[in-house]
Design a protein around this ligand. Structure first.
Ligand code: THU
Length: 126
């Protein structure tokens, strides 16, 4: 699947976001090393801090299915007027599962980054 197709899938996944508090819908796709894709969306909570980001949702689905190495994460914030980059917590989640590439939806197309660009010197116990 191309990066453009992954971004389109992340945008579709965002349609399932549960975001009644922020009204900011986010979708993500985690692509496992074997190419299997797992979608996710942000799931907010009345206790705001208990909400889950879209990337965390996708990563959790992948890991729960047995995945331990994720090649690419695509993310799309469909209510944003500018590129919606993953938050710091999600970047750290990506470090744990060796994410290589992050594709970020943007009004002018999409941007491709290495995870190392987004979180240099990420923490991992080895
Ligand atoms: N959000 C994500 O889903 N991913 C991010 O990387 C940043 C923020 C969500 C959390 C919350 O539901 C909404 O966006 C507004 O912060």
């Amino acid at each position: 699947m191309t990066d453009a197709e992954l971004v389109a899938e992340a945008r579709t996944a965002a349609q399932h976001a549960y975001a009644p508090f922020s009204r900011f819908r986010v979708g993500a796709v985690a692509v496992a090393a074997d190419g299997t894709r797992y979608t996710g969306a942000n799931v907010e909570n009345s206790a705001y801090g208990s909400g889950i980001c879209a990337e965390g949702s996708a990563i959790t689905r992948a890991v729960s299915a047995g995945v331990r190495s994720i090649d690419t994460i695509a993310v799309a914030c469909i209510d944003a007027t500018e590129a919606g980059y993953p938050c710091g917590n999600c970047r750290q989640l990506m470090v744990e599962f060796d994410v290589k590439r992050v594709v970020v939806d943007a009004p002018d197309g999409y941007r491709v980054h290495t995870l190392a660009e987004l979180i240099p010197f990420g923490f991992k116990l080895r």
